[in-house]
Design a protein around this ligand. Structure first.
Ligand SMILES: [Zn+2]
Length: 300
């Protein structure tokens, strides 16, 4: 069977990112603290999300939307609309907070707190969408083996967070033995295990020339464009099924609030230019496009 590409969309707004919330050095402790202080316009997400939904409809693509659960509270009807258009609903955390320290990779919260928060996030998304949520993507892709064990325990069937590359590592283990092909991780770790278990890891694609370069999408898509991403997607599809991802805010034409210099540089390339890059990938007929849950079914 031809290897497939899951089209995935990470639904989060500008203030969910580490400069503002969810990381040890963020400006606000978390999203609830942000909303206690922030009395200005916050929604830069709804408009580009509708544009993405229309684009997917135009290309007849059903995708997997990894949604930060608090979006169901602060953006009335958005999760419902994504579900209504027939897309798979998956979980991208309760408030998009990092669960492990980006530097030390040690847990930032006790495992039991991660468990309770993720159960809550899953049920918020299930209630809003009326669909079962079985997929998880770690906020900012910071992922650890102990998180996978908990995800399996609370009913998740797959995770798609491991970004295999040799430039940076957001996982709590070495990425050396991990390919971009879906695999069953060993208990307590992210490395491939031998036995089949209840949770599948769908890692991110890479392009290799001496080193492994990340080509899943996101900032790499904005900075380096569709041609670069497609090279890695095509190489990864030779190995097995893989994913492509982007954010609705990547195509926002507006400038986000609290624009520090670093943030300005991070968002230097976005908007219509990125929308065109996404279109180039989605319209490529070489890709057999699908959802993550279909990749899971395929792996079983
Ligand atoms: Zn995210």
């Amino acid at each position: 069977m031809k290897n497939k590409l899951a089209i995935t969309v990470d639904v989060e707004d500008w203030y969910h990112l580490p400069p503002f919330t969810g990381a040890p050095n963020s400006k606000f402790k978390d999203v609830p603290s942000f909303f206690k202080i922030w009395k200005y316009r916050y929604d830069y997400l709804t408009k580009p999300t509708f544009r993405i939904l229309d684009l997917l409809q135009q290309y007849r693509i059903t995708g997997t939307f990894f949604i930060v659960a608090d979006v169901a509270y602060y953006y009335s009807g958005l999760v419902e609309e994504i579900a209504r258009r027939g897309h798979e609903i998956a979980c991208h955390g309760l408030h998009h907070a990092c669960k492990i320290d980006p530097k030390t990779k040690k847990p930032l919260i006790p495992p039991d707190e991660f468990k309770q928060r993720t159960i809550l996030a899953k049920s918020i998304l299930e209630q809003a969408s009326g669909k079962k949520v079985i997929g998880y993507r770690a906020p900012n892709a910071y992922i650890a083996g102990w998180m996978i064990d908990i995800l399996e325990e609370i009913g998740f069937r797959y995770d798609s967070s491991v970004c295999v590359n040799s430039i940076y590592n957001k996982a709590d283990c070495s990425l050396k033995g991990i390919s971009s092909k879906p695999y069953y991780p060993k208990s307590g770790g992210l490395e491939p295990g031998n036995s089949k278990r209840g949770i599948l890891e769908i890692p991110w694609p890479y392009f290799s020339v001496l080193l492994k370069f990340p080509t899943a999408g996101g900032p790499a898509l904005r900075m380096l464009g569709a041609r670069y991403i497609k090279k890695g997607l095509k190489e990864s599809l030779m190995r097995g099924d893989t994913i492509f991802y982007f954010h609705p805010i990547d195509i926002s034409e507006e400038s986000f609030p609290l624009n520090s210099l670093t943030n300005k540089i991070f968002w230097m390339i976005k908007g219509n230019r990125v929308f065109a890059e996404i279109k180039e990938i989605l319209s490529d007929s070489e890709f057999a496009k699908t959802t993550c849950s279909e990749l899971l079914e395929k792996a079983l």
